[in-house]
Design a protein around this ligand. Structure first.
Ligand code: ADP
Ligand code: G6P
Length: 493
């Protein structure tokens, strides 16, 4: 591990960069997928801290290094850790359970045991990188036991936890055979943050039901034990966001604007471009959106001459069976729609199954007249916020699922229930036909909301809450004060 100690440490399963090896055997780094990295990367670039996590490949033994101005402290995961802790317990037990059992969660004791072991390894690596009294910020469902493990190892630390995905209602959470241990793990933190008010409420309810601790929003009183003093934990919502200014500036660049025009031309200059951008995940409702679009074409309410749906479907968790099945289903459906309705000059769906640079993503957003976010359940959905941030021209229509956390803030979008295919079809037609005046009015409101809460606001409000807890009499750690007050500066674009 490392001898260097940091007074601010972020720990997540995935690091901001993945190690990739090309066909010639040359290793390089590329940005990791997903909203967690999108949000935290600008926060960490602006802070002088360390990021502890896994580098995206099995059995990699790497020394700490700097990448893009961030100190990276890699944690090694073996092939069997990946099978049992990452693909198994994290992504085949917790992920479907926390997303309202859209897919059936699998419960295996051997996966749970490995989850405990790997969480301990992350806790140990974090403890070894943390200066006395450091602030440690643990991220997401893969590491829910780390807060309590870390507190045991290092009672001097100030510990925050943020859950990027939903926290389910008790009726669902209670299925988990290890539900009590998860609650104890999370309560090791001083502040437990969630995306939505409803998620924080679900967590507090689970604490009352499973542990009987008294809760008074946003506080949870954890009684003392022989080894640990009584503590007061804060559990509340901190809706995550993006680097709004950075994204706006990226989208305003002339070369990005030119690229957007080029994308439109390459698609045959259709009247309307609709866009979906998602990891290829069953929570995203990609199948529902394709069904609605296919039916509109079949009924002649839309014509392939006039409209193209661009679907960016980022490869994700490809060794997990439910993700394999999803890929087959989606690709079959895209093939059918294109076969049935495409012409030599016009494709109905332009399907792209790979990652793109951020500039290209911004160009897609600028080219899209209608953005489709039809998640069946989503912690936040940063794609919706990126679309809004990109639209400096105050144009474009956002169709947004009411089951995405972003719908709490982005009320001026066209909100949909993606399960209601007829409703979704009508909303798509409404978006396409929306007059410029209404588009501008809605987009202005959306842009105001997104600008009010950017990622710097998110991290500062979480970290200042953490400071408050630490400063209060109820804080039960050692009397070592943190050396640094953590206020993150806005990242330079
Ligand atoms: P999730 O965290 O579930 O993946 P979000 O919508 O919150 O969903 O975040 C997805 C992030 O990944 C966004 O920042 C988006 O721009 C990025 N992204 C998605 N697909 C791609 C892709 N193909 N290439 C590059 N970035 C992508
Ligand atoms: C979501 C999760 C993140 C995860 C990301 C990508 O955003 O909340 O924790 O890192 O998806 O998924 P992956 O399994 O590839 O890390």
């Amino acid at each position: 591990m490392t001898d260097e100690l940091y007074s601010f440490v972020v720990v997540s399963n995935r690091l901001p960069v993945d190690r990739v090896i090309d066909e010639s055997g040359t290793a390089s780094w590329k940005q990791s997928p997903g909203g967690l990295v999108t949000a935290l990367e600008p926060v960490m670039r602006a802070a002088d801290g360390a990021w502890v996590g896994w580098a995206g490949q099995a059995d990699l033994e790497l020394e700490p290094f700097d990448e893009g101005g961030i100190r990276i402290v890699p944690v090694k995961l073996s092939e069997s850790d990946l099978e049992m802790y990452y693909e198994g317990f994290s992504n085949d037990t917790l992920w479907p359970l926390y997303h309202d059992v859209i897919a059936q969660p699998s419960y295996h004791r051997i996966w749970w045991e490995r989850y405990v072991q790997v969480n301990r390894r992350f806790a140990e690596a974090t403890a070894a990188s943390s200066a006395p009294g450091a602030t440690v910020w643990v991220q997401d469902y893969q590491l829910q036991l780390v807060p309590a493990m870390l507190r045991e190892l290092r009672p001097d630390l100030v510990i925050g936890f943020f859950n990027h995905i939903p926290f389910p209602a008790y009726g669902i959470f209670s299925q988990l055979p290890w539900r009590g241990q998860i609650i104890d793990g999370l309560l090791g933190a001083d502040v437990v943050g969630f995306q939505r008010v409803a998620d924080a409420g679900n967590f507090s309810r689970a604490v009352r039901r499973l542990r009987g601790y008294s809760t008074k929003t946003p506080y949870i009183d954890v009684p003392g034990t022989d080894d640990q003093p009584a503590r007061r934990v804060i559990a509340r919502a901190f809706p995550i966001s993006i680097d709004v200014t950075g994204f706006q500036e990226l989208a305003a660049r002339p070369e990005v604007q030119e690229r957007a025009a080029q994308i439109r031309a390459d698609l045959g200059n259709p009247k309307t471009i609709m866009l979906g951008v998602d990891r290829l995940d069953y929570t995203k409702g990609i199948g529902h959106r394709l069904k609605a679009f296919g039916e509109l074409l079949a009924e002649g309410r839309l014509s392939v001459e006039d409209i193209t749906l661009v679907q960016v479907a980022t490869p994700s968790r490809e060794r997990v069976e439910s993700y394999r099945q999803l890929r087959d289903e989606i690709e079959l459906t895209v093939g059918r729609i294109n076969g049935d309705y495409g012409t030599i000059s016009h494709q109905a769906v332009s399907y792209l199954h790979h990652g793109f640079p951020r500039e290209e993503m911004a160009a897609f957003y600028l080219a899209a007249d209608v953005m489709l976010v039809t998640a069946l359940r989503d912690g936040m959905n940063l794609v919706a916020k990126e679309y809004v941030a990109a639209r400096g021209d105050e144009d474009g229509v956002l169709i947004l699922s009411e089951f995405a956390g972003a719908s709490d803030e982005l009320r001026a979008a066209l909100l949909v229930n993606p399960h209601d295919i007829d409703g979704l079809k009508d909303t798509i037609l409404r978006a396409i036909a929306m007059p410029r005046v209404e588009r501008r009015k809605r987009m202005r409101m959306l842009r105001r909301r997104v600008s009010e809460n950017d990622v710097t606001h998110w991290s500062n409000s979480f970290l200042s809450t953490l400071r408050e807890v630490k400063g209060s009499a109820s804080w039960g750690g050692s009397d070592l004060a943190p050396e640094t007050e953590w206020t993150i500066e806005k990242p330079s674009p």
